[in-house]
Write a protein of this length. Structure first.
Length: 301
């Protein structure tokens, strides 16, 4: 099988693991820099070029699209989809998950547990939005933030109002969410592949840090999920339409609540915490499912 991976940095742990596993099984595996691709938008010829050459026809493509290049990355992925290449995650599904507001709306529609979340444009509505979210403490998030960046914890209504007004002054879109105090600075990352949770870890934030991202000095350990947590992770992946994703949840008093669904989850933390071969399971999924033109959303925008 010929597999392409769209990734800006070929040397990341996750990317090398996927390449090593695929090649060990006899597959051809090319890592293609997402921003190095260019396209010929021609009738019935959805070609993709790279380094001055037309790329060959691949059987599957693994999109590892960085958040900062989402728009262009999805355009390249759509071009592969139009060629009939099997995408590990489809462009429409990745687009849903990258839009924090859209993803929250979809999960709310499907009855998935989430923190109380509010959104408004007019700064005159700040007081009402704070009341809807239940008052301080509150978490204020940039819609475009990743890896814990652009996330602020406001301890009082006054500080929340100041942060919101500061963000609004820069014409930035934000979400305001209730703070799940009982989570105690920990969250759960569940890895979902093909509609099943294959691994889970508990992430704990560094001392004095309410964000538990490993990129911010957090630590990880293996955890056993409850049936409700497992079902919530699977339903969140299904809401987005993602074959492979990391679902980030908090343990609230009223049950698990989903914070985010990550379409390009890192493999290092979860593999080292659990000892599970996640890269192997991803390649397994591709081997079983990669058939020409097997993309649900082809031709539907």
């Amino acid at each position: 099988m010929k597999i392409a991976m769209m990734a800006q940095n070929a040397n990341l742990y996750s990317h090398q693991r996927l390449k090593d596993v695929a090649e060990a099984r006899g597959h051809e595996f090319d890592i293609i820099k997402t921003l190095g691709c260019y396209m010929n938008i021609a009738a019935r010829r959805p070609d993709v070029y790279y380094n001055g050459k037309q790329l060959p026809k691949y059987d599957a493509v693994i999109p590892r699209i960085g958040a900062s290049v989402t728009f262009y990355g999805l355009a390249v992925l759509r071009q592969f989809e139009m060629q009939g290449v099997f995408p590990l995650n489809e462009s429409v599904a990745i687009g849903r998950s990258r839009d924090k507001l859209r993803s929250m709306q979809l999960m709310a529609r499907d009855g998935i547990g989430m923190p109380v979340t509010t959104f408004a444009h007019d700064p005159k509505q700040t007081e009402e939005v704070l009341k809807l979210a239940g008052g301080a403490p509150l978490v204020i998030k940039l819609l475009e933030g990743t890896q814990g960046l652009g996330v602020v914890l406001a301890d009082t209504d006054r500080s929340a109002k100041s942060v919101i007004e500061a963000f609004r002054a820069t014409n930035t879109n934000i979400l305001i969410q209730e703070f799940i105090k009982e989570a105690g600075g920990t969250d759960i990352r569940a890895l979902v592949i093909g509609g099943k949770v294959v691994a889970a870890m508990k992430r704990t934030g560094a001392e004095g840090e309410f964000r538990s991202n490993l990129h911010r000095g957090g630590s990880a350990q293996v955890i056993k999920l409850s049936p409700e947590e497992r079902a919530t992770a699977v339903r969140a992946a299904k809401s987005m339409g993602l074959n492979v994703c990391g679902v980030d949840m908090l343990r609230a008093n009223h049950g698990p609540v989903v914070m985010e669904v990550n379409s390009s989850p890192g493999l290092e933390g979860v593999e080292k915490a659990t000892g599970i071969d996640i890269a192997g399971k991803i390649i397994d999924f591709i081997e079983k499912n990669a058939k020409p033109g097997k993309t649900k959303t082809v031709g539907k925008g």
